[in-house]
Design a protein around this ligand. Sequence first.
Ligand SMILES: [Zn+2]
Length: 371
Amino acid sequence: MRAMLSLSDYLDLVPKVELHCHIAGAVRATTLVEMATANGVHLPRPAETLYRWQDFYGFLEVLRLGALAVKRREDFSRIAYECVEDMHRHGNVRHVEIFFNPHYYTPNGATYPLVVDGLAEGLEHAERDFGVSSLMIACIDRSVCLPSEALQMLDWMAEYPHPRVVGIGLDGAERAGPPLVWLEAWRRAGRAGYRRTAHVCEDNQTLFEGPPQHITHCRDALGCDRLDHGYNMLADPDITARMARDGTPFTMACWSSIPPNRAPRRDRIQRMFSAGLNIVLGTDDPTMFETNMGHCWRTVFQHTGWGVAEARQLSLAGVQASWLPEEQRSALHAEFTEALDRLGAALDPNDRTLDLSVERSRAPMPRDAGR
Ligand SMILES: [Zn+2]
């Protein structure tokens, strides 16, 4: 690498792991419109304004509506492939663990095996073309699913195990049901050898709807070894200190909220990092919120003033928090370390300008990518 890198270029090229991305929120709007036409699904708006909503709950509605247009195996394959392509081009993501909600698709006749096979095929092709490895996390949206449907999903997973599906997750509005409602399903998943996570303490929820105690319920009762969001936890210093001590990874998203909440959320991310929490940055619903990994990283670093040391810490934290088998995780760690050393040496220490545009990206060359 001959030319010196600006901080923007450096942050785009830092190798990353994406642990918080929902496939339903990562579909290109143009792709969704094409699929809706092919599948005879009526969408309320054209592609340019499809991903617009008034508040968090309006967003969840569009998310589920969009899922109705994805029906055929080739649709699932395409959305998975394009999602990873976007991650590769806009932020040098090297490994992804993607959430998918089977219950968004099964009412349309897409069976669990069809959904899994379609997504897995797209991920496999993306791995071949971009060198990005991937796993899948079957997810329950608590706003639309009952606890019995979580058990149903585990039945599907037992009947159709797939090597890429390694865990379960819980998303949707936390106010629709506290963690302990899902106890039976999460325990059963643990007995079946699945890793577990859950969205918890998201700041789109009030402290009453998503209180810090939910963190301990997720860790101690549901057996989650990684958690998503967690911002409301800051209201309880004891729980915050415990989570910092035990190193629980929290996957955080700086942009997936209504605009007035984004700066306060970045403050919370900075405070949680300063409190010693093990944080990993993710995009959540990148196309729906018009963001990507490179944009998220630049936005957070602009807000916090973080530099190379923090970039290195966050990059490697993503590897450590992944659910890859130990051997693959070690190999990825070595690869990231080598790439970080090389990028760090190429960074221009005097150029701290940060370009916050979404479309901007310095697409990784094979050498940059570290593979
Ligand atoms: Zn999420």
